[in-house]
Design a protein around this ligand. Structure first.
Ligand code: PMP
Ligand code: GLU
Length: 401
């Protein structure tokens, strides 16, 4: 066996994907598993989007496309961004990628030299630190707290900036907390970052999934106009249009960064799948009524999950404003369980004893918590949380004996 590179040994497998796959395998083996682990909508991709892919296939759009993506799709993304973020955007400022994940991957590859630092507020989405490590960079984790709406403050940011700091990652609405930056805090944070010469990487993959009157604002809209080249937006269709398997996302930023990312894309995947790009074009140009229905359904599920979880002794959670996750604090439960119980051992026990899959908060840099996705049916939420409550009650009683 040839030895593996130090680069690959530096990173770990994606915990969210691993747990989702473990839950699916257990279900396939015949166990009645309820999964709150998957970070993907349970809705089907709307029929008009599927029809556009079918039409593209029939029309023979089955060949390589331009490396940075089909020009019509790049233009549609630029036009949409200009409309929603209010900042002039050219087709050349957009690259279509194999999911938002690949846009982030390419971006870190083109921005970072060995030893360059990227500030990542925790709780964070699992892939940011490992993608930075893959690019020979150094993830610098900045803790944020529920009491401050999980926002990174300018003071915190200033203290963390060194001569090697290259970028700051902002994910709003956030996976895993579901929190959304308030406009003023985001404007100040963006200004502080760009004035210090950092690139603000804003992951806006959940921007359309906001509830109860909450609004999402992009750091790009809030950035001083002369510093806009320091903001890079990552977005895509996976979450909004229930298209996780289609693998289409994009990056929006300075033309030279886009060109550099395109150079790597041409050497690694050539281009995102041709007919998936045509389906994405239909998603951006097509009807949007279904989105309102989905938002309403997510709101009901969110409230149901928060209500049921909050009734479990020792567990507490905030009502998230966006995305489709609840990050529940289980520190009191862990204390009660003793025996060096952690969010990881608790999640294992919930899977073994309650047949409920959740993601341990440690995966997101938030030990003492667990993440539950409510992109699943109301019935599964009711049954799953009931099973958790019952299993936790049993574990607590055993401990007391
Ligand atoms: N960013 C965040 C915060 C996410 O939760 C996800 C989900 N996988 C992604 C990026 C990547 O999305 P995609 O499926 O488009 O690669
Ligand atoms: N982003 C989703 C999650 O956090 C999907 C899995 C992944 O890409 O990590 O669960």
């Amino acid at each position: 066996m040839p030895s593996l590179s130090s680069r690959v040994q530096r990173i770990k497998p994606s915990p969210t994907l691993s747990i989702t796959q473990k839950a699916a395998a257990l279900r396939q083996s015949g166990l009645d598993i309820l999964s709150f682990s998957a970070g993907e909508p349970d809705f089907d991709t709307p029929p008009h989007i599927v029809a556009a892919a079918e039409e593209a296939l029939r029309k023979g759009q089955t060949r390589y496309t331009a490396t940075a993506g089909v020009p019509a799709l790049r233009s549609a993304v630029a036009a949409e961004s200009e409309r929603i973020r209010g900042v002039p955007t050219k087709t050349e400022d957009v690259i279509i990628t194999v999911g938002a994940k690949h846009a982030l991957y390419l971006l870190f590859q083109v921005l970072l030299d060995p030893g360059d630092e990227v500030i990542i507020p925790a709780p964070y989405w699992v892939s940011y630190p490992d993608q930075v490590l893959l690019a020979d960079g150094v993830p610098v984790i900045a803790p944020t707290f529920a009491t401050q709406n999980f926002e990174l403050s300018c003071q915190q940011l200033e203290k963390l900036i060194t001569a090697r700091t290259k970028a700051l990652v902002i994910n709003t609405p956030s996976n895993p907390t579901g929190s959304i930056y308030r406009r003023d805090s985001l404007a100040q944070l963006t200004r502080t970052a760009v004035e210090a010469g950092l690139t603000v990487i804003c992951d806006e993959i959940y921007r359309e999934l906001v509830y109860g009157g909450a609004t999402h604002v992009s750091p790009l809209s809030l950035c001083p106009p002369d510093k806009r080249d320091h903001v890079f937006v990552v977005d895509g269709v996976s979450k909004t249009y229930a298209m996780t398997g289609w693998r289409i996302g994009w990056g929006i930023g300075h033309t030279d960064i886009i060109k550099a990312m395109t150079k790597i894309q041409g050497q690694d995947v050539s281009n995102p799948t041709s007919f998936a790009q045509m389906a994405t074009l239909a998603a951006l140009k097509g009807p949007r009524e279904f989105l309102k229905e989905w938002q309403a359904e997510y709101t009901v599920r969110r409230d149901l999950m928060v209500e049921r979880l909050s009734a479990i002794p020792g567990l507490s959670c905030l009502t998230p404003q966006g995305a489709f996750y609840v990050l529940a604090d289980v520190t009191q439960i862990l204390e009660k369980l003793g025996d060096q119980a952690t969010d990881v051992t608790l999640s294992d026990k919930l899977l073994e004893e309650a047949h409920v899959a959740v993601v341990p908060g440690s995966a997101f840099g938030a030990p003492g918590t667990i993440r539950l996705s409510y992109a699943t049916s109301r019935r599964e939420i009711e049954m799953g949380v009931a099973r958790m409550a019952e299993a936790l009650g049993r574990m607590g009683q055993l401990r007391q004996k």
